[in-house]
Design a protein around this ligand. Structure first.
Ligand code: SAM
Ligand code: SF4
Ligand code: SF4
Length: 338
């Protein structure tokens, strides 16, 4: 099996299908204006399928569709259908903000989407508007209500930010339980467009656990995490939840994930500043074998441990200044798919 310099296999691919979004979350897209990927650069479904096959041939068995907002990509269910049938693919998932989910949930499932994660940071309408700049909480909640019975084991991802939504940990746990969904608390990260990030706004894994224990009593770690980013826990009443401690306790050592942007740039780490342009190779006529060789060679040389290196940074501030983000939108989280 193909592995990198730290012995990590290539197993997980996050596939961004668009860089556009219908929200403007303050921790991801805080600016007024954005430079979008040129439309002609965005991979067609056929091209996406060709590149997916290259990755599947090298050991990838999990693909997660993301964005920007993946449900903004026209006919995304068709892409799901094309990918779901690929040999070697064990798990096809999607992360969405849920705004457009209600009318699409059934067709996504019918097309073969296995698992779904909805990002939800607050249950308060005023707060949602402040956080995401659009008054869309009702549509997101409706999306979750419709999708929960269709996608068993639905996950809800909440980025926890101090002084913004850290008073909603228990109400979010209650909400998730009511919908038979599993909540995952995500530490605020300093990547991409998170230009407002500061250490003081991070609510750490330890803080999250302390708050939950104070309210719900002992929390039992569930183990069995492997290369998954979330550590899972159980409360005495059986409720399970996860924590993704990307900022204070990064999991680079086991990271088997890479990212393909909507225009076909391949990044081996969320924190990497350069990616490999697979679209140009593909459009220049590279064969599947040649593309496979490019990916295999690059993965074998991979030594990235972006989040772990960031932990050692002194006087840590947002990773990328706004000017650089404008010059290269590939550095944005909404382009890389989170
Ligand atoms: N638009 C979709 C959504 O929000 O679910 C998919 C793309 S979004 C970039 C993927 C994930 O990245 C979301 O769960 C979002 O909360 C997370 N994310 C974005 N910026 C982040 C940051 N600065 N820290 C932690 N998570 C972040
Ligand atoms: Fe929010 Fe996702 Fe859009 Fe980023 S891409 S602004 S996290 S909805
Ligand atoms: Fe993987 Fe890079 Fe994230 Fe570490 S920082 S977990 S190596 S993507």
């Amino acid at each position: 099996m193909l592995s990198d310099r730290l012995g990590r296999p290539l197993r997980n691919l996050r596939l961004s299908v668009t860089d556009r979004c219908n929200l403007r979350c303050s921790y991801c897209m805080p600016e007024e204006d954005y430079v979008w990927l040129p439309r002609q650069d965005v991979l067609t479904f056929e091209e996406t399928e060709t590149l997916a096959d290259v990755f599947l041939g090298l050991g990838v068995d999990k693909i997660r569709l993301t964005g920007g907002e993946p449900l903004l990509r026209r006919d995304v269910s068709q892409l799901v259908r094309r990918l779901a049938g690929r040999p070697g693919l064990r798990d096809l998932a999607m992360t969405t903000n849920g705004v457009l989910l209600a009318p699409l949930a059934t067709s996504l499932r019918d097309a073969g989407l296995h698992r779904l994660t909805v990002s939800l940071d607050t249950l308060r309408h005023d707060r949602f508007r402040d956080l995401a700049r659009f008054d869309e909480l009702s549509r997101v909640l409706e999306g979750i209500r419709v999708a929960a019975p269709i996608f068993e084991g639905l996950k809800l991802d909440m980025v926890v930010i101090r002084g913004v939504n850290d008073d909603e940990l228990t109400s979010m746990l209650d909400f998730a339980r009511e919908h038979h969904a599993e909540l995952r608390f995500i530490e605020y990260m300093d990547v991409g467009g998170a230009t407002g990030w500061s250490w003081s706004s991070v609510v750490s894994r330890a803080d999250i656990l302390q708050t939950i224990e104070r309210r719900h009593g002992a929390v039992e770690p569930l183990g069995g995490r492997d290369a998954a980013p979330a550590e899972r826990f159980r409360l005495a009443d059986g409720t399970t939840f996860g924590i993704i401690a990307s900022t204070t306790a990064p999991f680079c050592r086991d990271c088997d994930r890479s990212r393909l942007t909507a225009d076909g740039l391949w990044y081996q780490c969320l924190y990497a500043t350069t990616g490999i342009d697979l679209r140009s190779q593909l459009r220049a006529g590279a064969s599947a074998g040649q593309l496979t060789a490019i990916v295999a060679e690059a993965w074998a040389a991979r030594a990235d441990r972006g989040a772990e290196h960031r932990l050692q940074a002194r006087d840590r501030a947002p990773l990328i200044p706004v000017d650089s983000l404008r010059r290269d939108p590939h550095l944005e989280m909404h382009t890389r798919g989170g």
